[in-house]
Design a protein around this ligand. Structure first.
Ligand code: TGC
Ligand code: FAD
Length: 403
């Protein structure tokens, strides 16, 4: 007889490999997500509500910017802990994890790694406390997968910069107090068009952030544009040393890593709900779970989820040891988002007609995961990043064609 019981939620006991502190942080996030977020999720999604109390609730539990050092308002936690939080929050709704990812990885992280001492002291503690909300503007109407083609400019003027251009699909922008914006610098002694990052305060003249309506996915998350019409940004709000696309991509390395774990949480929730449903629902005189076709679906889900868990855990460990490479993150982001979406679609099918209603929540995860699979680099873009690393040949642009 085997000496251990098989756990169909954690088949390889990956949670037993977590350190004590990481586990405590995970349990705090799980308790919060299940008791405070889960009861709101269905209605919030249906009615496009992001409850403005949520940022403060997360901050009070120290869930924002956890990897940032304590002196700047974080808790100096591990990357693994950050991932575990993303997993618990996205187990409920990718929209809430989106809020947390942007605040933590795309706003606090760049200020922490690229910011001056003054910028860190001014913004980080308030962002950790949710007294300020941030957003991250890279994507433009005509430049998504190819941000290097961006049109937004930062022109050097006396004492600062004038920003002009538009960003779109920006999570949190309608409620953000500050925006990290990436733009092509002009009028400096450096090469024209080099990408720089700035912190824009949303009450600056010429700045606006209209909401994007009619989303069918991430409905409980604010998404909007950033429109900049001669917005003045003082020198003190520019990141002094970082140049080029590696600035925004460094932030994306952290956010994509969080998504690796977040997508896992959504997939686990779909699997758990499908498992429960097929054991309760009877057709032809037997529980659905008694059918071979249904059991193999569950077996495939659990196999994929186990791989996703191990991948996320190992990537976190490598990041904590400073032995990660961005391509490892691309591999895991692509795998976990693709697999989570597939699991959500199968779970939706297994719930039959009930799978169509919001109350059963799997269709909610399914439509959310369409965004998660698209943002922070689409499934295919991460495939091309991997392909370039494997072959040494970039295939982002067609060759041999005069298009
Ligand atoms: P490429 O030539 O590959 O690189 C340009 C420079 O950037 C450096 N670099 C990186 N640095 C750090 N980390 C990485 N992951 C990096 N990837 C590239 C690279 O070394 C180079 O540096 P240097 O010094 O030589 O100049 O650039 P490319 O223009 O060929 O890029 C192609 C591609 C496809 C890799 C890239 O553009 C890409 O990843 N596209 C996807 C765009 C994307 O992910 N956008 C995300 C927007 S933010 C968002 O979606 C937030 S959603 C938030 C939420 O709600 O949760
Ligand atoms: P495109 O780049 O136009 O791609 C369209 C399709 O073409 C995709 O399937 C893609 O895989 C494919 N494709 C593109 N290039 C190639 C190629 N070379 N070879 C093969 N196929 C290719 N951005 C931010 O900056 N900040 C945010 O906070 C943010 N939040 C978002 C929130 C939501 C809800 C969504 C949906 C998006 C958000 N984004 C944000 C933008 C997101 O990162 C982009 O949507 C994403 O990078 C894809 O860009 P795109 O939409 O322009 O698609």
């Amino acid at each position: 007889m085997p000496k251990v019981n098989f756990n169909p939620e954690d088949a390889y006991f990956f949670e037993s490999m977590l350190g004590e502190e990481d586990r405590m942080i995970m349990e705090t996030a799980r308790e919060y997500a299940q008791t405070k977020l889960e009861p709101r999720a269905c209605d919030a999604n249906q009615n496009e509500i992001f409850d403005h109390a949520i940022p403060k609730e997360m901050a009070d539990l120290n869930l924002l910017g956890v990897t940032v050092p304590e002196e700047y308002g974080g808790i100096g936690a591990s990357n693994t802990a950050y991932g575990l939080i993303a997993r618990e929050i996205e187990r409920v709704d990718s929209a809430y994890r989106s809020f947390l990812s942007v605040q933590s990885s795309l706003v606090m992280h760049p200020i922490n790694v690229f910011g001056t001492e003054e910028q860190k002291k001014k913004y980080l503690p308030k962002l950790a406390a949710a007294e300020l909300i941030g957003c991250f503007g890279l994507t433009e109407p005509d430049h998504g997968s190819d941000p290097g083609g961006m049109k937004t400019t930062a022109t050097k003027v006396e004492g600062g910069w004038k920003l002009n251009g538009a960003k779109m699909w920006i999570t949190n922008s309608p409620i953000a107090d500050i925006a990290i914006v990436w733009a092509k610098a002009k009028g400096t002694s450096e090469k024209d068009g080099i990408i720089r990052g700035v912190i824009i305060e949303s009450d600056s003249k010429g700045y606006s952030a209209p909401t994007t309506h009619n989303k069918m996915s991430l409905r409980a998350s604010y998404t909007g544009e950033i429109i900049m019409d001669d917005v003045f940004v003082p020198d003190s709000n520019a990141f002094p040393d970082i140049r080029g696309l590696k600035g925004p991509f460094t932030c994306l390395n952290s956010a994509r890593y969080g998504i690796v774990w977040g997508a896992l949480g959504a997939a686990e929730n779909c699997y758990t709900r499908a498992k429960q449903y097929v054991m309760e629902r009877q057709q032809f005189g037997y529980p659905l779970g008694a059918n071979q076709l249904v059991q193999t679906k569950l077996a495939n889900m659990l196999t994929d989820i186990t791989q996703m868990q191990l991948l996320a855990w190992r990537l976190g460990q490598l990041k904590d040891e400073n032995r990660d490479h961005p391509t490892m993150t691309s591999l895991a982001k692509r795998n976990n988002c693709g697999k989570a979406l597939e699991i959500a679609r199968i779970a939706r099918d297994m719930l039959g007609g009930n799978g169509i209603t919001g109350e059963y929540r799997v269709v909610h995860h399914m439509v959310n995961l369409e965004s998660v699979n698209t943002y922070e680099g689409t499934y295919d873009i991460h495939g091309l990043i991997l392909g370039r690393e494997i072959t040494g040949i970039q295939a982002f642009t067609p060759r041999g064609n005069d298009l």
